[in-house]
Write a protein that binds this ligand. Sequence first.
Ligand SMILES: *Cc1c(COP(=O)(O)O)cnc(C)c1O
Length: 387
Amino acid sequence: MNNKLVYTPGPTEVRENVRLARSIATTNPDLDIDFFEFYKNTCDKIGKIINTKNDVYILSGEGILGLEAACASLTEEGDRVLVIDNGIFGKGFDEFVKMYGGEVAYFSREYTKDIKTKELEEFLKKDSNFKYATLVHCDTPTGVLNNLSEICHLLKKYGILTVVDSVAGMIGEELNVDDWKVDIALGGSQKAISAPAGLTIVSISDEAKCVIRNRKTPIIGFYCNLGIWENYYRNKWFPYTMPISDIMGLDKAIDNILEEGIGNVLIRHKKIANAVRKSIKEYGLNLYLEEGYSNTVTVVEIPSNIGAKKLTDNLLKKYNLILATSLGNYSDKVIRIGHMGENARVEKLIPVLNFIDESLRYLGFEGNGRLVELFNKYYDEVKLVIK
Ligand SMILES: *Cc1c(COP(=O)(O)O)cnc(C)c1O
């Protein structure tokens, strides 16, 4: 199970020092005051990276927990919520809103483009009576990247709280929580952060905290109640025993990012994504998206006479490589190259591109040249070809 090459848009590769950090002897996280300091310090470091002075929490549960917790904590019976839908995760917020009694209104657009702020503004001019809006930073099944800065500023102009799923954006894409006015920003440990799956990251603004505090009805549920975290540090009290080893691993992964420098990490993603997109096109395949490309994942159409599933099956059988197709209708149409976090490294990507190239050739597709050579042409500073 453990010797496969995994190049999916999360979970991503976990560096050895992160794996080792999870094996260090632990303390009692409920009783040892030092752990509260350690936990808060990890949260503060994350806050620094995503440019916020808001409170940051680490919750025990994979990224989906954050999406549900934000909806559970903000929604009261009958609240109107705007679901901004240009992707599968974007649309998927509606389930959580409804589950907690909210009334969903959609702003739905094509899944091949990012949200156009002007169109959203036209919509809001007619109807803007929403308690909050949900939005995805990078919607991973298609790889679309939304302009959070523009969209969140616009929503706030209309007095709408902003809830952003940045699970597949955070660390791989710029994220300026405070400047961009993101009330609740959500991340996950297993995407660009490159720690194992199992933790959610939440940053929450004072305004969102105030809305939660002033609810007329209690929040349904305990694990999804963001309100119970508000005074955890002052009271030295966690709602439940923290998964200390997971958090020690996350802390190391965050240190890895700080050591490299978030600016360098973002450039690394940009350079790789740019070269992947250009080389794929020149090679003769189409990108799924027309506009709004994320630097964390590239979604590539596979000719229907081959089929994405046949390609990924072949990659697994011949090269022990796990590559993802996509969800729903896309499952046999596209493959996703997940170049995020520790996977956004040339030396890891080169063999993957070679395997894709070889498998396509084997299945009868003739590309315009070698994919890796095309990639190298665009990735100007690095000329690494594995023969
Ligand atoms: C990965 C991801 C999540 C978490 O979802 P899982 O399906 O449990 O991995 C949430 N939102 C986005 C945009 C993601 O990419």
